[in-house]
Design a protein around this ligand. Structure first.
Ligand SMILES: Nc1ncnc2c1ncn2[C@@H]1O[C@H](COP(=O)(O)OP(=O)(O)OP(=O)(O)O)[C@@H](O)[C@H]1O
Length: 361
């Protein structure tokens, strides 16, 4: 097993339409995935996520830049590219990865050395089933006798059986429904952690990217715009566009004065001191809603009227029109919440990220 280092990798595809410029699917991407860690690559459709994964797997070659597993360069830097079959990479695609005519045991044993395969995978199959939290007697089932989530666990077991240096997962949960998706993702995460396997998972699902990863790498139009731990990407996104991509955000104009800034929601405390006109990125759960009818004599905050409440059970989203005209979104517990038309007071809790106009896209 090893770390993965992608350095300045670029890969374009020629346009099929005459006169159209080539698509730069991956553009000067640099990314380090430490040994035994889990990185999610997050970005909208067409931003280059799968192309990046295919470059790492060896199905495509970079035009420039290099890819290394540990200290070993596997592509670029003038070395002869190492073929996919010798890179020791496990690849888990979206769905349909299992051989339908083989049972679970034969699917898992597929990548093992011939002798182990001939012996039916031996203990390795049992070990892998245990690792992905499937019952031992599933070994005789065929893929069409398994649910979608169980099939994806078998696909992971198959990729882990030969002890790969790196596991690449390309939207492996996208065909599963919401409940199964969460539980399968967590089981996969546990299996990777238990084997200390370096892994990269591609997704366009923000919740999946944030909840599973040690590191989130955000891509936009072929470029890597931020790679950082999930909480940093969420609370201190590199620009307002990343902020809005990884969650709901209230972006307000303001004026910074050292550690503070003023905006339509009053005075806020900044993550880093700065000066002058800024865009302020506030997460809806940072907007504290005081219900005026339950507040004491002295109410701190900015006045507004609730326009709309979306109730989700565990929490709710409250759209408030401030008296000065701006509409802002707050997220609060679903236990005690206001109704449309209620008068409320809002104030911002926690630190707020400020962007200068040049950083705002
Ligand atoms: N073989 C190819 N030939 C030509 N263009 C390609 C090829 N593969 C990908 N592209 C283009 O490169 C860009 C990046 O594609 P890629 O599949 O990497 O995006 P993605 O982020 O994985 O998208 P999705 O989330 O929809 O799978 C897109 O504009 C796509 O049309």
């Amino acid at each position: 097993m090893s770390s993965l280092t992608v350095t300045g990798v670029t890969r374009s595809f020629p346009s099929t339409a005459p006169g159209r410029a080539a698509t730069r699917a991956v553009d000067d991407v640099t990314l380090h995935v430490p040994h035994g860690s889990f990185t999610t690559v997050l970005g909208p459709s067409g931003c280059g996520k799968t192309t990046l994964l295919r470059l790492v797997a060896g199905f495509l070659q970079p035009e420039s830049g290099s890819i290394a597993f540990g200290d070993e360069v596997v592509a670029g830097d003038g070395v002869r590219p190492m073929p996919p079959q010798t890179r020791r990479v496990g690849y888990v695609p979206q769905e349909g990865a299992l051989f339908p005519h083989l049972d679970v045991a034969a699917n898992i044993a597929f990548g093992l050395p011939r002798a182990a395969r001939a012996a039916g995978g031996g203990d390795r199959v049992a070990e892998m089933l245990d690792l992905v939290e499937l019952p031992a007697d599933f070994r005789d089932r065929r893929p069409d006798e398994l649910s979608g989530g169980q099939q994806q666990r078998v696909a992971l077991a198959r990729s882990l059986a030969p002890q790969p240096a790196l596991v690449l997962l390309d939207e492996p949960f996208s065909s599963l429904d919401a409940g199964l998706r969460g539980s399968t993702a967590r089981a996969v995460r546990r299996a990777l952690q238990a084997t200390n396997t370096t892994a990269v998972l591609v997704t366009h699902d923000q919740n999946e990217a944030l909840s599973l990863a040690d590191q989130v790498a955000v891509m936009r139009a072929g470029r890597l715009v931020q790679s950082a731990p999930p909480s940093e990407v969420y609370l201190s996104p590199t620009d307002p566009a990343v902020a809005e991509f990884v969650g709901r955000a209230v972006v307000l104009p303001g004026t910074a004065d050292a550690a503070h800034a003023t905006c339509a929601l009053g005075e806020v405390v900044l993550t880093e001191p700065t000066e002058g006109p800024v865009s302020l990125m506030i997460r809806p759960e940072q907007v504290h809603v005081d219900l005026s009818h339950t507040a004491g004599d002295k109410v701190i905050g900015v006045r507004g009227t609730v326009e709309e409440v979306s109730y989700y059970g565990h929490d709710c989203a409250v759209q408030v029109r401030l008296d000065e005209g701006t509409s802002v979104l707050a997220r609060m517990s679903g236990v005690l919440h206001p109704a449309a038309g209620d008068r409320v007071h809002l104030r911002v809790t926690g630190l707020v990220r400020a962007y200068h106009p040049t950083e705002a896209l």
